[in-house]
Design a protein around this ligand. Structure first.
Ligand SMILES: [Zn+2]
Length: 180
């Protein structure tokens, strides 16, 4: 199970599952194998604290992929910019997403997508993981949905996620949920 005992209702892995499903939810087990490695690469090419250069993204990812990501990530406030999205930088939640995605392999990230059975999905406007399940008006405490977030708490969740990942063999092809 991926539930984590602690202050947050879900583990960071789960919050990534929800973010990916909300922003890129139409891969159906096929698209993710293309989208996730490219998105991971996009974030790798975007410095943590300064603007990316669109020329680099175009060269490394192909112009169409680069600009599709720029459009989608600007729409979800993962990146922001001054006068032109040709040179944009990561928002706070974008920096968290970058740290999380770069802490895992593309295969590990793909395994976190497309979880529907026995999994309570949360959305920016509908949280199902509160103490009493769904509660009208409650915001999911997802560090990839919320721009304002306790960074110490995020860093602690990230370390926990990396430790769990280190214990599980990375060549495991069905790490999403145990079958119990
Ligand atoms: Zn939630």
């Amino acid at each position: 199970m991926t539930r984590m005992i602690g202050t947050s209702a879900k583990a960071l892995d789960d919050y990534f599952t929800d973010w990916e499903g909300y922003v890129f939810g139409f891969g159906y087990g096929t698209g993710e194998h293309h989208v996730i490695p490219a998105l991971r690469r996009f974030l790798e090419l975007t410095p943590e604290a300064e603007a990316y250069r669109f020329e680099v993204l175009e060269r490394e990812l192909g112009a169409a992929v680069a600009w599709l990501f720029i459009n989608i990530l600007a729409g979800d406030d993962i990146i922001e910019y001054g006068t032109s999205a040709r040179y944009a930088w990561l928002t706070s939640k974008g920096k968290r997403l970058r740290k999380f995605m770069l802490s895992k392999s593309a295969d590990d990230l793909i395994a976190l997508t497309g979880r529907y059975e026995d999994y309570d999905v949360c959305y920016p406007d509908a949280c199902n993981c509160g103490p009493n399940g769904y509660q009208k008006g409650r915001l999911c405490q997802n560090p990839f949905f919320l721009e304002k977030f306790d960074e110490d708490s995020f860093e602690a969740s990230l370390r926990a996620s990396i430790e769990v990942g280190a214990k599980a063999p990375s060549d495991e092809s069905h790490p999403v949920e145990d079958s119990a």
